[in-house]
Design a protein around this ligand. Sequence first.
Ligand SMILES: Cc1cc2nc3c(=O)[nH]c(=O)nc-3n(C[C@H](O)[C@H](O)[C@H](O)COP(=O)(O)O)c2cc1C
Length: 191
Amino acid sequence: MTKLPRIGVILGSLQTHGITRKIAHAMQDLVGDRLALEIIEIGDLPLYNPERDGEGIPAWATFRQTVAPVDGILFLTPEYNRSIPAALKNAIDVGSRPHGDSVWAQKPAGIISQSPGMIGGFGANHHLRQCLVFLDMPAMQQPETYLSRSAALFDDAGRLIEGPGKVILETFADAFAKWVVQYRFQRTTPV
Ligand SMILES: Cc1cc2nc3c(=O)[nH]c(=O)nc-3n(C[C@H](O)[C@H](O)[C@H](O)COP(=O)(O)O)c2cc1C
């Protein structure tokens, strides 16, 4: 049996019942048997401090060990003050160090931003893209996915409602499943 590409899902929201986590569960359904999406929690990571990196902080070590073997990353994030939430930036920083030992490099990435407002987290999406350039993570360019009015995507039971929002997520899921395989498994040079 062919092994499914493993995708770490990093959520920019720490809320247990937030919209971002609902989107993560919806994406797990939408990718079906094409990708294995695994949420990697970031809420317990202490704030990154290089001076403490020799102390063997368990949460940092576990996070790095969890991210290192996955085949790609799916970032799902709300926007905080027109940027990414601090928890997400902290996770990115933790994974990027020690210098020269980043767990992010060359992992193909997808980004979905969301907001209950009208702009769909555009600012967060593009601030995150700026980080990915430096981290050497190839990010899928299209379809750009800024989910606006995101609170209306789900019913009271947390299920994705049929409609344009679902179509956007399905389109992203199709493209991302192809993108990961194309980037990660059809390269002629080893990663
Ligand atoms: C500190 C903070 C800052 C926020 N700033 C923005 C913002 O800049 N743009 C926006 O569209 N929504 C903003 N919001 C609203 C979030 O997008 C909204 O709460 C969203 O549902 C959070 O995602 P979650 O439900 O997955 O936790 C902000 C929320 C918080 C708590």
